[in-house]
Design a protein around this ligand. Structure first.
Ligand code: UTP
Length: 295
């Protein structure tokens, strides 16, 4: 309906150390850990493509080259598979259109905000998406597609949020919600403020920030001028908080499920949930899970 600049670029920060998954992530990037048979990064890239985003920007670091390899053509593998009569369909989503994937390096992991800032020259003067691949968002339509739909209506900046039991709020970034916009089934809320890990008695809501954002390019300048925040890292939440009041800021409550695959428990939960839903292995996994639970 609008003449807003479309969202064509998504930044995937994948330069983190993944210390919570050591030793698994010593030589393998966390973002390549698979949920059943698809790496986390593949779920996130597919979600972006579903939302009409065709420029994928990886902010990588040392030891993360395998992520780029994953989206390349593997001639030897493919030739061997063809010779053996195997279908290449399983590799379809991994073949990028030439030029669609761009990488920049974050030499030192100075935090999420700094990782995003490293992509400033490629983002340029366009609104862009940010997708954290270790947060697995499962929904139809996908989380980013839901956000792009909201963006086409209200423009400005958007973050995806989820409602959690209030006692969990101190572990997350939460929004201070303003008015609920009409339409969107109550899923679009004005954002008055953002608070990182508030004590329970000071939590402004139970809506936690999950790993999907649509931001205006001005955030890059805010990040540039920012002091280091919690943990000596340059925080994205702080930069976004400083933009509230100068530009429209809304939260989209995601209609779907989110798995925090940056944590071990969340990763196991996602594996089990998605395995149980699979046509090919679901019934077997259910039988095994039931047997294990009987002890
Ligand atoms: P996390 O907070 O999960 O950090 O980053 P991490 O380093 O990956 O993992 P732990 O906490 O040590 O186990 C969230 C996202 O931001 C990226 C990560 O790769 C992940 O996708 N990130 C984080 C960067 O790209 N650079 C950073 O400096 C920090």
């Amino acid at each position: 309906m609008s003449a807003r600049k479309p969202i064509r670029k998504a930044v995937f920060p994948v330069a983190g150390l993944g210390t919570r998954f050591l030793p698994a992530t010593k030589a393998i990037p966390k973002e390549l850990l698979p949920i059943v048979d698809r790496p986390l990064i593949q779920y996130a890239v597919d979600e972006a493509r579903e939302a009409g985003i065709d420029q994928i920007i990886f902010v990588t670091g040392r030891g993360k080259t395998a992520i780029v390899e994953h989206f390349d053509i593997a001639y030897e593998l493919e030739n061997t598979m063809v010779e053996r009569g195997k279908s290449l369909a399983v590799l379809d989503a991994t073949r990028a259109v030439p030029g669609d994937i761009i990488t920049v390096r974050q030499q030192v992991p100075l935090g999420l905000g700094h990782a995003i800032w490293c992509a400033r020259a490629i983002v340029g003067d366009e609104p862009f998406a940010i997708m954290l691949p270790d947060e697995l968002m499962v929904g139809t339509p996908g989380c980013m597609a839901q956000m792009v739909e909201a963006y086409n209506q209200v423009g400005g900046n958007l973050i995806s949020v989820l409602e959690v039991p209030i006692e969990q709020v101190p572990s997350y970034g939460v929004i201070d919600p303003g008015a609920v916009l009409e339409g969107f089934g109550g899923a679009l809320t004005e954002v008055k403020g953002l608070v990182e890990k508030p004590p329970l008695d000071q939590a402004p809501s139970n809506k936690i920030i999950s790993g999907r954002y649509i931001l205006q390019p001005e955030v890059m300048r805010t990040l540039e001028n920012q002091e280091k925040g919690a943990g000596g890292e340059i925080q994205l939440t702080d930069a976004m908080a400083r933009m509230i009041g100068t530009q429209p800021f809304h939260a989209v409550t995601f209609a779907g499920r989110r798995f925090d695959c940056g944590s071990k428990v969340g990763f196991v939960e996602a594996t089990l949930a998605l395995a149980l839903e699979r046509e090919d292995i679901g019934a077997d996994v259910r039988r095994i899970a039931e047997r294990l639970l009987r002890g």
